[in-house]
Design a binder for this molecule. Sequence first.
Ligand SMILES: NC(=O)c1ccc[n+]([C@@H]2O[C@H](COP(=O)([O-])OP(=O)(O)OC[C@H]3O[C@@H](n4cnc5c(N)ncnc54)[C@H](O)[C@@H]3O)[C@@H](O)[C@H]2O)c1
Length: 337
Amino acid sequence: MTDKPLRVGMIGCGEWGRWHMDVMPHLPELRVRGYADINEAAAQSFLRKYGGDYATTDPQHVFDDPDIDFVMICTWHNTHRPLTVAAAAAGKHIFLEKPMALTLADCRAIGETVARAGVQMVLGYKFRFAPYVLRAREFLPRPLLTVGQIMDLRWADEGWFQDPVIGGGNVLSQGCHIFDLVCYLHGREPVRVAAAGGALTHPGNPLVDTLAASITFADGSIASAVAADAGPAPFTSKFFAQTFGIQKSATLSARCQSLTTADDGKVETCTINDLDDAGRASPEGMVQQLREFARCLRAGKPSAISVGPREGFRATALALAAIEAARTGQPQVVPKL
Ligand SMILES: NC(=O)c1ccc[n+]([C@@H]2O[C@H](COP(=O)([O-])OP(=O)(O)OC[C@H]3O[C@@H](n4cnc5c(N)ncnc54)[C@H](O)[C@@H]3O)[C@@H](O)[C@H]2O)c1
C-alpha cells in the first residue's frame, strides 16, 4: 500500500456516518472518496459537506471502484451481512459498525467471507481505544469482577433500531458495547451467561429492552452487565464500568472519559482535562480506531486491539445468549466462532 492517504468509501450517510466524517480532519492518513446511501439526498449532502469525488445510491459502485482502499459500513443492522459480503467479494477491506449482525448465522457468514477473501475487517467498538479504558486495563489487567452498564435515554418506539428484523433493539445494538468492554477488560473468553430481563421500557414490543446479565469467564472471574434504555444516568453516565481486583479497583465513568483508580486506599481521579490534545480530541476512541485500522492496512497485519471477526462474533453471541437466558430463565453457554 502507498504512503498516500488511504481512500475510503462511506456506506451509510446517516447519524453515525456523520460522527465519523466529523473526526476525519484528525485523520490526514485517510481521504473519503465516495459516499453511498439508498437515500440519495443523504449521500449528496455528505458529498457537499465533507468533499470527495462522488455520491451514489448503489454501494456496489463503491465496492467496484478500484480507487477505494477500504469501506466503512454504517447502515442498518440487517444490511451488515449483505453489504460486508459484497464488499469482501470485491476485495475491499472493511470497517463495519457494530453489532456485527443480528444473528449468529449472519456473523458466521461474514467471518467466513472475510477470511476467504483475505481482506481485513474491524468493527466499530471504539471504547477499546478510549485512553482511560486502555489505562484501566494496564492498572488492573486481570480483574476478578466487573460491573458494566449501558443506560440510554428511552428510545423512540418508532424507527428501524426498534424493529426486530432491521435493528434488533437497544440490548443488542448498544449492549454489545458493554459486552465487548467487559470481555476486553477481563482479557478472557466468556463461557456462560445467566440473565433476567424483559420488555420493561417498551411493553408490547417483542424485544428484550431491559437486561441484567451475570457472565462467567474462562478463568472463573465474573461480570455483571446491565443494558437498558431507562435512563438518564447522571452519576454513572451512559457507558460505565468498574473493575475490581483485591483491594484495587478502576472506575470508568463520564462515558469512559474519566478514570478513578483505587489501590489499597490510594485514590486518584483523571478526567478529560488530564488527557493530551489527541486524547481530548477523541476521548472515546473514534479517531484512534481508524488510525489503527489505517496502520494495520499499511502493515498488512491485523490489530492486537481492534475488534476483528472473532471478537465481533463474540460480542453479538454474548448479547444474544444473555437475551435467551432472560427469556428462558436458563443460563446459556456462550457460542464461539
Ligand atoms: N460505534 C458506536 O458507538 C455507534 C453509535 C451509533 C450508531 N452506531 C452504528 O452505526 C450504524 C448506523 O447507525 P445510524 O444511527 O447512523 O443509523 P441512521 O439510520 O442514522 O443511518 C443509516 C443510514 O444507512 C442507510 N442505509 C440503510 N440501508 C442501506 C443500504 N443497504 N445501502 C446503503 N445505505 C443504506 C440509511 O438510508 C441511513 O442513511 C449502525 O450499525 C449503528 O449501530 C454505532
